[in-house]
Design a protein around this ligand. Structure first.
Ligand SMILES: [Ca+2]
Length: 102
């Protein structure tokens, strides 16, 4: 179980750093990134949209990593990532890492 947590942590940390590099700082920046990923403007991210974004971000994730990460985000298991789910996961991470970054 701890290994699974660690894998999610590492993947989310990498994604968070990438979003930061791309200027997605704070809630507004993250929402802008979310809307960019949401190509069909449905207000949620499908597995395909999520996968395309991860490839576009040039993160060294394989398909298994992306699937794993999608499930981390998709907390209500409806096969899509809502804005709330997206922000919740990224911001939990921002909070957890705040002391290290300062
Ligand atoms: Ca969902």
């Amino acid at each position: 179980m701890s290994e699974l947590y660690a894998r999610g942590d590492v993947l989310i940390e990498m994604l968070r750093k990438k979003l930061n590099e791309r200027g997605a700082k704070g809630v507004m920046g993250l929402m802008k990134s979310f809307r960019t990923i949401d190509k069909d403007k449905s207000g949620t991210l499908s597995p395909d949209e999520f996968k395309l974004a991860m490839k576009d971000y040039k993160l060294a994730f394989d398909d298994g990593d992306i699937e794993f990460l999608f499930k981390e985000f998709d907390q209500d298991r409806d096969s899509s990532i809502s804005q709330d789910e997206f922000l919740r996961i990224i911001r939990v991470y921002l909070d957890a890492n705040r002391s290290r970054e300062n």
